[in-house]
Design a protein around this ligand. Structure first.
Ligand code: UN1
Length: 518
């Protein structure tokens, strides 16, 4: 750890960011005239965490616009549901091509609005291209089962049909990829989408929607298959409550989930919830510490700790704790923190001052609960309204409440264990259940961790960190994470409705269960 006074972080100017945002938007097909909001009453002020300054005002949707969006998306659904699946796939194929062509432009907007480093912003767009590829293949595989009927001359089978309008509520931290996971599946499944992005990432959403609209036009699809509503949560209430929106897929805080889920349930709608995470790694005495260190540092410090999958806790065997902490601390001491556009930077800014205040409050609580800050936690000098922080490592006593909270910032709590059973119990002793990992070379420990009485999370990894999942697997988790699954595997089934069909091709009318009715 260096004790030298940190130098002020060199940043691009907000004017440079504005110019880059404007050109990136324009290249994605957004008319820059939209940024001229003189006379527009309802606007969203966009800003960049890179400098902490505001960029442009952008027209916001109001409650009436949201109602109109529901009607328009429903109309589009009625047309789209009868288009054959493989033909629906053409639209997503074209979207994937356009994202490939505009990868830099979308990544620029992600870096500007979220502060992601270049490699991670480009990675997010790659994740979008990947899910498009996946969905194109899927468009020819929306399969149902056939089961043997108990009656002679009968066939029993399932058919899967488009569901309706899907409301997608996305968070600031993956402003484009999480929409695309939902959109690509929904569109090939024959649904339409209404997208309510985080207000912090209005420009990224505008660019992605413009690319989608172009793909739709070029593939002859109906208009309004994806309707963007850049609006406040208050103005988006109709989306949550409308019976015309049979599925809400929402990513965000546990608090947001608590507000949305009962309302969707009260109208018998479906919800895919991807809420908080409190992701941990167990590191056992047999672990390859080089691999463990690399996996932990990316998961804990990458994206400045602002992924749902960011690693928040390590549970390390007491015999190797000092060595592991020493290795991670050394890497933390050298992490380049700063301008996300600079090639060498690995840790960009926190999203805003509130996020910084939450980080500071969590560190204070940790210390009050007996924790010791081993490295990091300080804000680096930058501009007044930008928040660049040193990722922190905090050693905690086994029993402490703060480790059960998700703080959306780079704080890594270190807990130690003696027996493997104790490690698993500690691991699962949090409300959330998104992602988890174990670093071990002992196959028994690895298998035990992924077994039924091991990790209770939706994502359970061996010898890699908790973040950076591929799109091919289903993404999501249990407990207060909300239970939803998005992205790969068979997550698509949540975007369709299942019909069970019994077909009688005999000349008799036998009843099931042997019932005789005269
Ligand atoms: C999120 O943080 O909401 O697994 C999504 C990952 C990314 C997706 C994260 N592929 O870290």
């Amino acid at each position: 750890m260096s004790t030298a006074v940190a130098e002020t972080i060199a940043l691009p100017t907000t004017d440079e960011l504005r110019t880059l945002a404007r050109t990136s938007l324009q290249r994605c097909g957004v008319d820059p005239a939209v940024l001229d909001t003189a006379g527009v009453d309802n606007t969203i002020t966009t800003r960049s965490p890179v400098t902490g300054e505001s960029l442009f005002d952008y027209p916001a949707a109001d409650a009436a616009d949201v109602e109109a969006a529901i009607a328009a998306a429903h109309e589009a659904f009625l047309q789209w549901r009868t288009v054959p699946g493989p033909v629906r796939g053409f639209l997503i194929k074209r979207l994937g091509e356009l994202l490939t062509e505009h990868k830099e432009d979308v990544a620029n907007l992600i870096s500007i609005e979220v502060g992601k480093i270049r490699s991670e912003a480009l990675g997010e767009v790659q994740e979008m291209i990947d899910i498009c590829d996946f969905a194109v293949g899927l468009s020819r595989q929306l399969d149902g089962r056939t089961m043997p009927s108990e009656r002679p001359g009968h066939r029993l089978m399932e058919t899967w049909h488009p569901l309706g309008v899907v409301g997608v509520v996305s968070a600031f931290n993956f402003p484009a990829a999480v929409w695309s996971w939902n959109l690509a599946l929904a569109i090939v499944c024959g649904d339409s989408v209404i997208w309510k992005p985080a207000q912090l990432t209005t420009l990224t959403a505008a660019a992605c929607s413009a690319l989608f609209d172009r793909a739709a036009r070029e593939s002859g699809a109906p208009a309004n298959l994806n309707v963007l509503v850049s609006a406040s949560a208050a103005d988006t209430q109709a989306l949550i409550d409308s019976p015309k929106v049979p599925l809400i897929s929402a990513t965000g805080s546990e608090r947001m989930g608590e507000q949305i889920a009962p309302r969707v349930a009260a109208r018998f709608g479906r919800a895919i919830l991807e809420l908080g995470g409190n992701n941990a790694a167990i590191v056992t005495p047999s672990a390859d510490l080089d691999i463990a260190t690399r996996g932990i540092v990316f998961a804990a410090a990458g994206t400045a700790g602002q992924r749902c999958t960011s690693m928040r806790r390590i549970i390390v065997h007491q015999d190797i704790a000092d060595e592991l902490i020493d290795r991670i601390s050394q890497v933390y001491g050298r992490l380049p923190i700063g301008d996300p556009f600079a090639d060498s930077t690995l840790v960009g800014p926190l999203i805003d001052g509130k996020s910084h205040a939450n980080m500071t409050a969590a560190l204070d609580k940790a210390v009050a609960q007996g924790g010791e800050i081993l490295v990091g936690g300080k804000r680096r000098p930058s501009s007044e309204n930008s928040y660049y922080v040193e990722p922190a490592i905090v050693r905690m006593p086994t029993q402490s409440e703060i480790v059960k909270d998700e703080t959306f910032a780079p704080i890594l709590y270190v807990l130690t264990y003696d027996t493997f059973e104790e490690a698993i119990a500690l691991h699962n002793d949090v409300p959330q259940g998104l992602s988890s990992s174990i670093f071990t070379t002992d196959q028994r420990e690895a298998e035990r961790f992924i077994a039924a009485d091991g990790s209770d999370c939706g994502i359970v990894n061996v010898n890699i960190g908790t973040s950076g999942a591929e799109i091919g697997g289903a993404f999501g988790g249990e407990k207060t994470t909300g239970g939803g699954r998005e992205s790969g595997s068979d997550a698509w089934r949540a975007y369709m409705r299942r019909a069970t069909n019994t077909i009688n091709y005999s000349r008799e009318v036998p009843l099931a269960q042997g019932v005789n009715f005269g």
